[in-house]
Design a protein around this ligand. Structure first.
Ligand SMILES: [Zn+2]
Length: 80
């Protein structure tokens, strides 16, 4: 596995963090339950190597410690 990738355990930790935010703030649960983006199918807590105009970059997932309102990879909004 590539070294920028989070492990399954680390992803789970992010999911738990996000659930804690929901419990503590009472804000709407925008993020998909298991973190899979409805649009691009990537996990919002995972890091991905993406390509933009022929240059590669790492698209970082969230740590779940703040309220997630959209996908960090394709920028799809979960609010609407
Ligand atoms: Zn997405």
């Amino acid at each position: 596995m590539e070294d920028y990738k989070k492990t399954t355990d680390e992803i789970y930790e992010c999911v738990v963090n996000q659930r804690k935010v929901w419990t503590e703030t009472g804000l709407p649960k925008f993020a998909p339950n298991r973190g899979t983006c409805y649009k691009c199918g990537r996990n919002i807590y995972q890091n991905y190597e993406l390509t933009n105009h022929n240059s590669k970059y790492i698209s970082h997932g969230y740590d779940g410690k703040t309220l997630v309102t959209g996908c960090p990879h394709c920028h799809y909004s979960f609010c609407s």
